[in-house]
Design a protein around this ligand. Structure first.
Ligand code: NAP
Length: 179
């Protein structure tokens, strides 16, 4: 897979030639069952030491690594490791499971006149991640993809970057630490 020109374009091409959406929307895991896409996702959820085992065994690294990723849990070491190897970083829980009431997020939503979800998803996209927002509501699924008509400025990206709490910011069990 070539990731050298990753941008806010909405898809990346996997080594098989299949296209995978950068804005994953979760449902693709269920409905797009082309082998390579499923393989790529199944190889995810990994920490550096898991991936180093694969690398040290001279096996092919996954195309995509899916980890919890949002402003409170930015997982910088594993993100940097993946970036250095052109592994797409897919962000699960990008909406912090709906806990979007932090004053910084609320203030930015007001400033840009957008939903808090849009602020979090733009932050993720502008960092080059592939966010996987989930909703049971059609209107929100559509709305959560409506992201390409505004951009967070540098100061606002920095304000969100400053929310990182490392491991303590994770909202669910973090499999990257499994031995
Ligand atoms: N690989 C893994 O181990 C792993 C772990 C966790 C999750 N995931 C995947 O990551 C994806 C998302 O994760 P997630 O569901 O845990 O977290 P999430 O996408 O951060 O949050 C989902 C929550 O946000 C709410 N929501 C969605 N859009 C909203 C909006 N516009 N405004 C307000 N609230 C909104 C949803 O409520 P409503 O449904 O009521 O809209 C739901 O409660 C899923 O596809 C999941 O399968 C993977």
């Amino acid at each position: 897979m070539s990731t050298s020109a990753l941008s806010l374009a909405s898809t990346v091409r996997l080594s098989s030639g299949c296209m995978m959406p950068l804005l994953g929307l979760g449902v693709y895991q269920n409905y797009h069952t082309a082998g390579s896409v499923v393989d790529a996702l199944a190889a995810g959820y990994s920490g550096i030491h898991h991936l180093e085992e694969i690398e040290n065994a001279a096996l092919e690294l996954p195309s995509v690594n899916q980890i919890e990723l949002h402003p409170f849990c930015q997982q910088k070491p594993i993100v940097a490791w993946c970036r250095a190897r052109n592994i797409v970083v897919q962000a699960y829980c990008p909406l912090i499971r709906g806990r979007m009431d932090h004053p910084t997020i609320v203030a930015l939503a007001k400033k840009y006149n957008r939903d808090p979800a849009h602020i979090l998803l733009r932050w993720s996209l502008q960092h080059g991640f592939s966010p996987l927002p989930k909703s049971e509501h059609k209107e929100r699924i559509i709305s959560n993809a409506n992201l390409y008509d505004f951009e967070l400025d540098g100061d606002d990206m920095a304000a969100l970057d400053a929310l990182d709490k490392g491991d303590e910011g994770a909202i669910q069990w973090n499999p990257i630490h499994v031995p």
